[in-house]
Design a protein around this ligand. Structure first.
Ligand SMILES: Nc1ncnc2c1ncn2[C@@H]1O[C@H](COP(=O)(O)OP(=O)(O)OP(=O)(O)O)[C@@H](O)[C@H]1O
Ligand SMILES: [Mg+2]
Length: 272
């Protein structure tokens, strides 16, 4: 008979299962964006095809140059989305690095811009002019932010206003907030939203309900980063989620010495 696994082995297995769960939730969030992303690619292809036809029909240099220009920018837009998608879907690890949260938010927005537009949600960004550097696992924080944005969009069935703020709240704390003008959360549900498998989303025509894991994993990820997640909501008016994360130590120290030193903080090149 084989000996039962020891404690260290069990802990390793739990960590591995947690990683798998995070990865599964990450991919399921992309699933809810698939339909609008496909539309966007269709639009891009239509632009490419129409301008290619125009360029073939008209032999003059000015028209051809304009056509090539349009084809190039449509191609570049498609490349930005696929690059963002591939980097988002990559299996994560546990490593943390100094990361600019503003660059990280821009990367997430590339993935959701079209989805917001399709659902008539106006996007308002409120980003610090300086990089906001925190020691984080970029892939996990992107996942948390994307889930908050998808939740917000799903709460605004008739469209609305989404405001995303990323700023250094003080010398030691970075703050990311996602505010929507959606249907809000009643008090009895508010107590449960961070529970595993709590969801109010039933399967829609595409069979896509919620798994109820987004916020419970978000809380786990943020607390593992020594941060906090808070929610305020008013039924009929909207909801605001705020994430607080410690600023990277070097940045916090520089902020005390003087603002100009902050610019020298390293930016995670992968997140830019
Ligand atoms: N911005 C919001 N506005 C209104 N309700 C919200 C909002 N964010 C979360 N909720 C409520 O909290 C519940 C739990 O959210 P959570 O992200 O954990 O799961 P989910 O979105 O239902 O499923 P998934 O696992 O696919 O994310 C949601 O089903 C919804 O009822
Ligand atoms: Mg969710």
């Amino acid at each position: 008979m084989t000996a039962p696994p020891d404690r260290a082995e069990l802990e390793r297995q739990i960590q591995e299962l947690k990683q798998q769960l995070l990865q599964a939730q990450k991919l399921s969030t992309i699933g809810s964006l698939a339909s609008s992303m496909t539309h966007e690619f269709n639009n891009i292809l239509t632009t490419v095809i129409n301008y290619a036809k125009l360029g073939l029909r008209h032999k003059d240099n000015a028209t051809r140059e304009k056509a090539l220009d349009k084809i190039l920018s449509a191609g570049q837009r498609a490349a930005r989305i696929t690059t963002g998608l591939l980097s988002y879907a990559r299996r994560g690890n546990d490593r943390r690095e100094p990361t600019d949260l503003i660059a990280l938010a821009h990367e997430v927005l590339v993935l959701v811009e079209k989805d917001l537009q399709v659902h008539r949600v106006r996007l308002n960004t409120n980003f610090d002019p300086q990089p906001v550097i925190a020691d984080v696992n970029a892939s996990q924080i992107q996942q948390v932010l994307l889930n908050l944005i998808v939740n917000a969009r799903q709460a605004m069935e008739l469209g609305g206003q989404l405001t995303i703020t990323v700023r250094a709240a003080d010398g030691t704390t970075a703050e990311i907030s996602v505010r929507d003008s959606g249907h809000g959360i009643p008090a009895d549900e508010l107590r449960k939203i961070f529970d595993q498998f709590f969801t109010t989303k039933t399967a829609d025509a595409q069979g896509q309900g919620g798994t109820g894991l987004g916020l419970s994993l978000a809380r786990e990820v943020i607390e593992a980063h020594r941060g906090r997640i808070r929610v305020e909501s008013t039924v009929g008016r909207g909801t605001n989620f705020t994430l607080k994360l410690p600023l990277a130590k070097s940045v916090a120290a520089a902020a005390i010495k003087g603002p100009h030193v902050r610019d020298a903080a390293p930016v995670n090149p992968k997140a830019v």
